[in-house]
Write a protein that binds this ligand. Structure first.
Ligand SMILES: C[S@@+](CC[C@H](N)C(=O)[O-])C[C@H]1O[C@@H](n2cnc3c(N)ncnc32)[C@H](O)[C@@H]1O
Length: 190
């Protein structure tokens, strides 16, 4: 699966370039809740739209992604924006999650269900997780992402069990996508 994913994303980034250079709307919405100069891990961060936006706001951001082509786009965009962004080429299915400890983890449109317990482990006590993923209902109006990459309706809440939920909601976005979006905090005791 991972080799297929790597080839898929390398081809996609090298033929189509960055998918977007705009940060996710939900990230912009919650940005004032991120402590200054946070140490942030962007999982499956691809070509870096969120990481570069966060770095511009003074955070120290590391992107971990399977696609070297995506990471190269991110490094080029970071250099153009005159910000530093660290990159790690890695496969979350094979490699251990970067140890941190992190003040925040950013996970947009990348779903590996087994990672949520790792997130709690590598976040600092009180650290934040921002997570956004489309649900199966998204297929009513959009062909992509395909079903294996979608959350079941209501599943987002169970993935975040043990986290304190600061924002958690599911519904149609302004961009006509049906998504689960959450900002969650790892309790000091985890
Ligand atoms: C839908 S894109 C999301 C990119 C970015 N988070 C965003 O919102 O623009 C999914 C990303 O996950 C990465 N990815 C897929 N499988 C992976 C794996 N097993 N390990 C690490 N990264 C992976 C892809 O290379 C791609 O950049």
């Amino acid at each position: 699966m991972s080799q297929t994913e790597r080839e898929h994303w390398n081809t996609r980034y090298s033929t189509e370039g960055a998918r977007s250079t705009e940060p996710a709307l939900f990230l912009v919405e919650i940005a004032d809740r991120i402590p200054d100069r946070s140490r942030i891990l962007d999982v499956g961060g691809g070509s870096g739209r969120n990481a570069i936006w966060l770095a511009r706001r003074g955070h120290a951001v590391t992107i971990a992604d399977i696609s070297e082509s995506g990471l190269q786009l991110a490094r080029t965009a970071a250099a153009e924006a005159k910000v530093g962004v660290a990159t790690i080429a890695m496969d979350f299915d094979e490699d251990p999650i970067p140890a941190g400890p992190w003040d925040m983890i950013v996970d947009f449109h990348f779903i590996k269900r087994y990672l949520f317990s790792d997130f709690a482990r590598v976040l600092k006590p009180g650290g934040l997780l921002v997570f956004c993923r489309a649900t199966t209902r998204n297929l009513e109006r959009n062909e992509r992402p395909p079903r294996p990459f979608l959350l079941d309706e209501g599943e987002g809440w169970s993935l975040l069990e043990g986290f304190e939920l600061l924002v958690a909601r599911e519904g149609w976005s302004a961009e006509e996508r049906h998504e689960f979006e959450a900002l969650a905090r790892v309790p000091a005791a985890v």
